[in-house]
Write a protein that binds this ligand. Structure first.
Ligand SMILES: Cc1cc2nc3c(=O)[nH]c(=O)nc-3n(C[C@H](O)[C@H](O)[C@H](O)COP(=O)(O)OP(=O)(O)OC[C@H]3O[C@@H](n4cnc5c(N)ncnc54)[C@H](O)[C@@H]3O)c2cc1C
Length: 386
């Protein structure tokens, strides 16, 4: 067991850190003010730097590195803001990975290289008005007619809704009840019958558009099926990696806040001395550091144990649950330690608290991760319906 990153991983982290800190803070501020997500020119720049599709195989235009490398880079961007990190999240741990692993090679060839070039953003549309935690209650239907698939239904809370170029839509593809009837189809934004609701006004996640999606007899060729009915387990396997990405986005809120606070408490003077000289401040700093380090180690463990495959549900749920919880605590403590400056919108501290709350709901709530963990611990699934 080795707790050090390799020299290559350190270099990659340093490259991402330098780029993110030199190029992105002003852009992040602008995005926060306007709510407008990163534009395609910025995505092109990310692509040229190799930050999109870090862990996507080279034959699809990615760097062909591991999941751990992708998560290391993601944290550096997430420290600046969720919105500037989101394209990296989507390209490295988002629904494109389900396309890469399970879809027809023709679809993978159409989608993945464009994602890695920064020309396409792909979002995931799972949740519905009446299917949140109980995702397997989803009602959106996909019917096969010869070589075509016709999809109808309503999706909710899609991050990227109305902005992304393509959507991996979870659908009911057979009359089998629950998970057994579920599969997923890839749908391009401009497909006739696809429309979007108003942009949601969320507590945080500014610059990550979110909306309902309406599918009204949306017709796509059959090769755009990512997984057919019965493939829900595969979708969830790919989702175990997304869970590690979510955990890393939460971690980035916490580790970014901690870094700012360590500098602040050494500069800010009260009673004639830096506030770091007060023991109450020292204790808070130490607690924050313990939480950040532990979250990072849980994420690294989930990614490393999987090598270049997909992480398992126990380790990805442990990482997500812990990172989600500590992100809320650490970012709140950062606001407190920065006093009125922490509470001001002139600084990123308060935004990080709002975003930290979102990461603990998106991708499965904190409590449902705990159900996953307990389930893995005792080796059986708990039926939530009986
Ligand atoms: C910022 C953000 C981004 C999102 N992005 C996307 C996206 O890109 N694509 C997408 O498809 N969806 C997305 N979602 C939706 C997200 O997946 C759901 O919000 C999430 O699964 C929870 O569902 P819900 O909001 O309907 O809450 P509910 O399922 O109604 O849950 C409400 C509360 O009840 C608790 N609860 C429910 N069932 C149980 C149970 N069995 N045991 C214990 N507690 C339980 C939950 O923990 C929660 O605290 C996003 C949500 C947010 C907030």
């Amino acid at each position: 067991m080795d707790f050090q990153l390799t020299e290559e991983q350190e270099q990659l982290s340093e490259t991402a850190r330098r780029y993110a800190r030199e190029q992105l803070p002003e852009i992040a501020e602008e995005i926060e003010r306007t709510g407008v997500p990163p534009n395609k020119a910025l995505l092109k720049q990310y692509a040229e730097m190799g930050f999109l599709g870090i862990n996507i195989p080279e034959r699809f235009g990615g760097l062909g590195l591991g999941n751990l490398e992708a998560l290391i880079v993601l944290e550096q961007f997430a420290q600046i803001s969720s919105a500037v990190a989101f394209p990296i999240f989507e390209s490295c741990v988002g629904p494109v990975r389900a396309i890469e692993k399970f879809a027809d090679e023709k679809l993978a060839n159409e989608v993945l290289p464009a994602v890695c070039r920064g020309e396409k953003i792909v979002a995931v549309a799972m949740s519905e008005p009446e299917a949140g935690t109980a995702l397997t209650d989803l009602k959106t239907r996909a019917e096969f007619k010869g070589e075509r698939v016709i999809i109808s239904g309503t999706k909710r809370w899609c991050s990227g809704g109305g902005h992304a170029d393509g959507y991996v839509v979870y659908c009911r593809m057979s009359d089998d009840p629950g998970a057994r009837g579920i599969g997923a189809v890839y749908v391009e934004k401009d497909t006739p019958g696809l429309s979007f609701g108003e942009q949601e006004r969320l507590m945080g996640f500014r610059g990550i558009p979110s909306s309902d999606i309406f599918l009204d007899d949306v017709t796509v060729p059959a090769y755009q099926v990512v997984v057919p009915a019965g493939g829900f387990r595969k979708l969830m396997e790919a989702f175990d990696l997304e869970r590690c990405g979510n955990a890393t986005m939460a971690l980035g809120q916490a580790s970014g806040a901690l870094e700012d606070v360590v500098a602040y408490v050494q500069e800010r003077k009260q009673f004639g001395k830096p506030i770091v000289d007060f023991q109450a401040v020292q204790l808070k700093l130490a607690e924050m550091r313990m939480q950040v380090d532990a979250a990072r180690l849980l994420i690294y463990r989930a990614a490393s144990n999987a090598e270049d495959g997909l992480p398992d549900i126990l380790h990805s749920s442990l990482a997500k649950c812990f990172a989600n919880e500590i992100a809320r605590t650490v970012t709140s403590n950062a606001v407190q330690l920065m006093g009125a400056y922490g509470y001001s919108k002139e600084y990123p501290a308060e935004r990080r608290v709002r975003d930290a709350w979102g990461w603990g709901i998106a991708g499965g709530t904190i409590d449902i991760q705990k159900v996953n963990i307990a389930s893995a611990m005792v080796g059986r699934r708990f039926d939530q319906r009986k």
